[in-house]
Design a protein around this ligand. Structure first.
Ligand code: S3P
Ligand code: PEP
Length: 407
């Protein structure tokens, strides 16, 4: 499905309920599979969460998790310790290009039996579940935090728990803290000190119900819309001031664009009342890689120069997001430079109309470019990709008065 996006008004208002965080949901589903006494509310309705849930319920030998990175990494660890179970874990063509060697090596060093079905270092994997008795592992922490979260999540179910020694600079660190906090909230014991994560073994939990907060990465597109609008008053639920999600740093970043965040009850109100914007935006996003595309496009829409650093993980996500951003932003007339871990956008004074944005099987390419509709009409190719994290995204944009037309 390709769509055409445009907007008659630059003044936005509305109330939206955003689906649960897919990161929180996917962690809780793994914990629930290990500890069925755990109950979950406000689970994400994203494809990634649905595929993970189906995988955990499946009795098939081959399990396909499509584009879902966390599902691939978390399930690799999970099936490694399901004694008596043998599965082939596979995914989309892109998933078969996303590296998993560091996690496989770490699990093998603990005694897991994992074989590569096709290319060494990449899915698909054949996993034969075994009892894991080792309790110490060393893993590089600068490529993807998902490998470490995967090890943490299975750790309390192992005979002696687990000590995970992290090597190098930790990337996407808030996601590790999220894993740890969620485990604490579920009643599990663990610490992260001096680059060592220690998790205690636990055989049973007290019955607990945990509420998933709504997804902050999904909220980023409304921050961007508010920043690009003339005036905005958008109420989004269910959000908390003290979030487990690192992407809640959006509230601070978008203040620089005149968007104020007001926390009330279970929701946030985004208010834009002034034309404030930075002359140049410089951000290090190593802690919040998923909002890089949103921020880059906000700057493109507002003609703001920006320099985004700490982006090395973007190259191994749903697509090479640095190359995709440069290619698509340049279609609008922008001048963009990228390196292996940074993006620089020079101030773009005039945006080209009716550009057709390619989305590269990446939900965030589609959603990040949508706010440009407040400035120019544009096309979004393969717009259904948004279902990876936010299936009702286009419906929600319509609710705010944007025109979303299938072409
Ligand atoms: O653990 C998680 O839920 C995630 C961790 C991050 O990945 P990396 O640690 O690979 O950067 C993030 O980009 C991804 O969308 C979700
Ligand atoms: C990178 C992402 O997801 P994953 O790595 O789980 O596929 C994302 O949602 O932006």
């Amino acid at each position: 499905m390709n769509i055409k996006l445009s907007s008659r008004s630059n003044n936005l208002s509305g109330n939206l309920k955003i689906t649960g965080s897919k990161s929180e949901s996917n962690r809780l589903l793994i914990l629930q599979a290990l500890y069925p006494e755990l109950k979950i509310e406000n689970l994400s309705d994203s494809d990634d969460t649905r595929y993970l849930k189906a995988a955990l319920e499946s009795e098939e030998e081959t399990i396909d998790i499509h584009h879902a990175g966390t599902a691939m990494r978390f399930l690799t660890a999970y099936f490694s310790c399901q004694v008596g179970r043998e599965v082939v874990l596979t995914g989309s063509k892109r998933m078969q290009e996303r590296p998993i060697k560091l996690l496989v090596d770490a699990l093998r060093s603990l005694g897991a039996e994992i074989a590569y079905v096709k290319e060494e270092g990449y899915p698909p994997l054949r996993i034969k579940g075994k009892e894991i008795r080792e309790s110490e592992v060393h893993v590089q922490a600068n490529i993807s935090s998902q490998y470490i979260s995967a090890l943490m999540l299975i750790a309390p179910g192992l005979a002696s728990g687990l000590e995970i020694h992290l090597k190098g600079q930790i990337t996407s660190a808030p996601y590790l803290l999220m894993t740890l906090e969620i485990m604490h909230n579920a009643g599990l014991a663990g610490t992260l000190e001096d680059n060592v994560v220690s998790i205690e073994p636990v055989s049973k939990l007290a019955p607990t119900t945990l509420q998933v907060e709504s997804d902050w990465s999904s909220a980023s597109y409304f921050y961007s819309l508010a920043a690009v609008s003339e005036t905005a008053e958008l109420k989004l639920s269910n959000y908390r001031r003290s979030s487990l999600q690192g992407d809640s740093c959006l509230a601070e970043i978008y203040r620089k664009f005149g968007v104020e965040t007001i926390f009330e009850d279970n929701s946030i109100s985004l208010k834009k009342t002034s034309g404030k914007k930075p002359r140049k935006l410089i951000e290090d996003l190593r802690n919040s890689p998923d909002i890089a595309q949103t921020i880059a496009v906000t700057c493109l829409a507002l003609g703001v120069e920006c320099e985004l650093n700490g982006l090395h993980t973007l190259k191994i996500k749903e697509t090479d997001r640095l190359v995709a951003l440069k290619t698509e932003m340049e279609k609008f007339g922008a001048d963009v430079e990228i390196s292996n871990d940074s993006l620089r956008l020079y101030s773009c004074k005039r945006l080209n109309q009716d550009v057709s944005v390619a989305t590269y099987n990446d939900h965030r390419m589609a959603m990040a470019f949508a706010p440009l509709a407040l400035k120019v009409s544009l096309g979004i190719e393969d717009a259904g990709v948004v279902s990876k994290s936010y299936p009702s995204f286009w419906e929600d944009l319509k609710q705010l008065g944007l025109s979303v037309e299938e072409i």
